[in-house]
Design a protein around this ligand. Structure first.
Ligand code: 1HE
Length: 264
């Protein structure tokens, strides 16, 4: 991004080790056009070049109402394919990039907005968030990676139901269905996401890289292949100088101890 000011639809800010990327087209409920997805890609690249974790959120009353339908309706079939593949490129840059991404969700998390959220590593919903895949009602199909990512999160049966019926899920249902990992009170998802991002940013870089890049790949491998690959990643990360220092910090009682939830 040639400076945050050149972006029309995306805000960018860095707070310490954490980059904050905001979807900023509230008058169209953050519907994502071709230009918008390019700006998301530029912000992702900038965040990865200078931050250790990032937060994605929406300005206005909604996270994102999905694909810009006004732009999409004018596209030829091949333009639609190119557009979808561009979304895949940008969203894969989030999922399989170099830093963890936490999304803060509120209001509509719909269609392509849901797909965008699914490409982040941790999702925090506030109580106003609602989730839907209305593509069936619009006569289209998911095109931002949902058939792969959302299906893996909720399972094919649940996704089929969401798509066939246009069912709208609440934040609480989304947590039960494995769409989000946290539900926060209204208006607090961004603060919660920031706190989680700061925590993740404190991990060893190599561990974060392995967590976000190896876990989803291992999930797609046969069991024995996954176990084999895991051993090499485990050994590779454990023999880094940073791991040695962190392990010694624990052994020499310089690192804080884990505490049970609710304990002082
Ligand atoms: C849009 C879009 C959009 C709003 N593309 N312009 N997405 C959808 O099917 C759209 C779902 N959107 C909605 O159900 C509602 O807009 C909301 C629940 C999100 C918000 O409702 P509300 O009453 O606050 O706003 P609104 O009046 O519906 O919308 C305000 C404006 O935003 C209006 O434009 P205006 O010029 O009349 O003011 C809407 O037309 C515009 N707007 N959403 C374009 N999505 C890669 S494949 C992904 C496939 C999909 O994403 S399917 C699309 C799912």
């Amino acid at each position: 991004m040639a400076g945050a000011s050149s972006a029309e639809f995306v805000t960018y800010e860095r707070k310490g080790d954490v980059a904050l990327v905001g979807l900023n087209r509230p008058q169209k409920r953050n519907a994502i056009s071709d230009r918008f997805v390019e700006e998301i890609g530029l912000a992702v690249a900038k965040a990865q070049s200078e931050a250790k974790a990032a937060v994605l959120f929406g300005h206005g009353d909604h996270f994102c109402a999905g694909l810009d339908l006004a732009e999409h309706v004018k596209k030829s079939p091949i333009e639609g394919v190119h557009g979808s593949r561009r979304w895949h490129g940008v969203f894969s840059g989030i999922e399989h990039g170099t830093i963890p991404w936490i999304s803060a969700l509120h209001g509509a998390v719909v269609g392509g907005g849901f797909e965008l959220a699914a490409s982040t590593h941790i999702r925090v919903a506030d109580e106003t968030a609602f989730f839907a895949l209305p593509e069936g009602q619009r006569g289209i199909f998911v095109g931002g990676g949902g058939s792969v990512r959302i299906a893996r999160l909720v399972g094919v049966a649940r996704m089929t139901d969401l798509m066939l019926t246009g069912r709208v899920a609440s934040a609480e249902e989304a947590e039960r269905w494995n769409i989000v990992q946290y539900v926060a009170p209204k208006g607090t998802a961004l603060d919660k996401a920031m706190a989680l991002a700061q925590t993740a940013a404190g991990n060893a870089e190599i561990s974060n890289y392995a967590i976000i890049n190896a876990l989803p790949r291992i999930q797609d491998m046969a069991k024995e292949d996954g176990l084999f690959v895991e051993s090499f990643i485990a050994s590779f990360t454990a023999t880094s100088p940073e791991a040695e220092e962190r392990l010694n910090a624990f052994l020499e009682k310089r690192a804080p101890r884990l505490k049970a939830p609710g304990s002082a």
